[in-house]
Design a protein around this ligand. Structure first.
Ligand code: AMP
Length: 213
């Protein structure tokens, strides 16, 4: 596969399944996966200067300082030798970020997972992340009742920004900031739309088929 085909961007609302699908494509193609949200959350947990600069934005569900985040993510791609191949999840989120990425490591494809807002709110209210294996689980009920992760037995926790106010803001942010990025990739003939409402394995197959020729 040419470099451009191994540089892939996932776009979608919070809870559209882009994290899950990005990870599974990364495993299937052995191309490294990078989630900007995960990098930001790790920096916040570690209390770094960068973490402190972005913490408030992440909790509120808003776009953080875009130039600083761009610098950090592009630096991460470079340092980790991901310039020839990456599966990006959560970056770019603004036109500035998309242009900067094109200037350094242009993606060949941008995959948009489409899911209506109503389904997103419902999914996010049942979303838990495993502190052990990092997998995302859909659990019924307000609290999973101390149930362990069905995959590894680790402890499940809600994400700090999966509360109704932040979910509303993140959906607004998607329309305001990320939709122009969707159009940016569409105008340059790189956008592929995927229906994100189906079953995870079916969507996985549909995405993998795009890379099999
Ligand atoms: P995510 O895990 O992709 O849902 O990202 C969680 C939060 O991190 C977002 O709501 C933003 O506050 C912040 N964030 C993640 N990626 C970016 C980015 N590329 N630019 C600005 N803020 C970001």
């Amino acid at each position: 596969m040419s470099n451009e085909m191994t540089r892939v961007v996932f776009l979608g609302k919070p809870g559209s399944g882009k994290g899950t699908q990005a990870l599974s494509l990364s495993n299937a193609l052995s191309i490294p996966h990078l989630s900007s949200g995960e990098i930001l959350r790790a920096e916040i947990r570690d209390g770094t200067e960068f973490g402190r600069a972005v913490e408030e934005y992440v909790l509120l569900g808003e776009i953080g300082p875009e130039e600083l985040i761009t610098k950090v993510i592009l630096g991460y791609i470079e340092r980790n030798g991901m310039g020839d191949g990456y599966i990006l999840d959560g970056f770019p989120r603004t036109i500035l970020q998309a242009r900067e990425l094109d200037g350094r490591f242009p993606p060949g494809r941008a995959l948009l997972l489409s899911v209506p807002d109503q389904a997103i709110v419902e999914r996010l209210s049942r979303r838990y992340t495993c502190s052990g294996c990092g997998s995302v689980q859909q659990m019924d009920g307000e609290a999973p009742g101390g149930k362990p992760c069905p995959e590894c037995g680790g402890a499940l926790a809600r994400r700090a920004d999966d509360h109704p106010e932040a979910i509303r803001r993140r959906l607004e942010t998607f329309s305001r900031e990320v939709m122009p990025v969707v159009h940016y990739y569409e105008d340059s003939g790189r956008l592929i739309r995927i229906d994100g409402t189906g079953k995870i394995p079916d969507i996985e197959r549909e995405i993998l088929a795009l890379f099999s020729s």
